[in-house]
Design a protein. Sequence first.
Length: 202
Amino acid sequence: METRQSKMNDFENLISKVKECKACERMCSRKKVLSENNGNICSKVLFIAEAPGRLGADCTGVPLSGDQTGKNFDCLLEHIGWKRNEIFITNSVLCNPQDKDGNNAHPRCRELKNCNEYLRRTIEIINPEVIVTLGAYALKALNIIEKHEYKLKEHVAKKQTWNNKCLLPLYHMSPISINIFRSIDKQKADFDAVFRSINTYS
């Protein structure tokens, strides 16, 4: 059985590789958000979001923090009684993608592929029992690692099996997503499903 120390050694090696990465031209100068600030490497649950936010993790170095999306995430965690030091959070790409005007942008297909090995390795190291994807891009990133047919709209908050793990696809908790696609109340119900899944696998 892998010890916490061996996990930490593997994780530190991954962090070092990420720091040296220059694969994506428009993100080379951005902060690479992968460190001990991502959470508990022995967590049973791994959250995968889209990308660090311009006003959030790109500033703080902590995934899903420092902006309104981070506040929404904290609200949802609090709803199920979880703390950040109990979970691990990462992104489908580890740097903040921006458009020509300096606003947050979605990661391009090539950027998802460039960062995919880091995501695959993170999943291997954390070895969670449950993976929670936040938004369509995180679900797409998993599809690059191991093919699946899941669609966010059809499978939201429904337990699926991916790569021999329990997968729960959820909507992102950005202000736009909450206002257009999935209200905060519905997302609280989705997090209840995550809570139940962890208890099931405990």
